[in-house]
Design a protein around this ligand. Sequence first.
Ligand SMILES: [Zn+2]
Length: 221
Amino acid sequence: MAGKPLAAAGRSPAATVAALNRRSGGTPPRPPRQVSGQTSTGSSPETLPNGESQLPALRVGCGYDAHQLEVGRRLVLGGVEIDHARGLAGHSDGDVLVHAIIDALLGAAALGDIGQHFPSDDASFRDVSSLLLLRRIRSLLAEHHWRPGNVDATIVAQQPRLAAVLPDMRRCLAEVLVLPLEQVSVKATTTDWLGFTGREEGMAALAVATVVPMVPAVIDQ
Ligand SMILES: [Zn+2]
């Protein structure tokens, strides 16, 4: 009976996932109820387009960003200020790592990209800490009943060597994302002097993130 709502009124995304999982191997899962006020953008755990597949327990997104290096700017990566001759240009603090993570989280929830939520022509974001933007994205995810699951990111920079400050970056990010440290991974690599990062014209970052449905006790916080 296609189209009959599976999710009863008031049922949480987590309960819906459990209900759908119980159905595996038996009756094919049916479409979950559309939550009132939400559009069919796929941005909520309860908005699968059809009933042919199970509601996923998590979703994955990827993010990429690059910024120019500029004299006179602070170098901030993962919320940590690093002593270096040049910093990353940008409308905010230019934190390329946090920006890539934001795009990965937004992508996982199909909620657009960083430019849509924090336009570069908005003066209120000038020189702002990107950790503040990350905190706002976590709130946005919560509004859509998602929370970050884990993050894995790579900074691409020829210099400076970042190994010593990676643990500080992880701590910083884990605190803002409200995640255990072991669910936040930050790595760094060089391109062996190849390309714009190798020539030290800029830095780049790549990130993968998962989001998981929030349990009801967390949704209202
Ligand atoms: Zn950026």
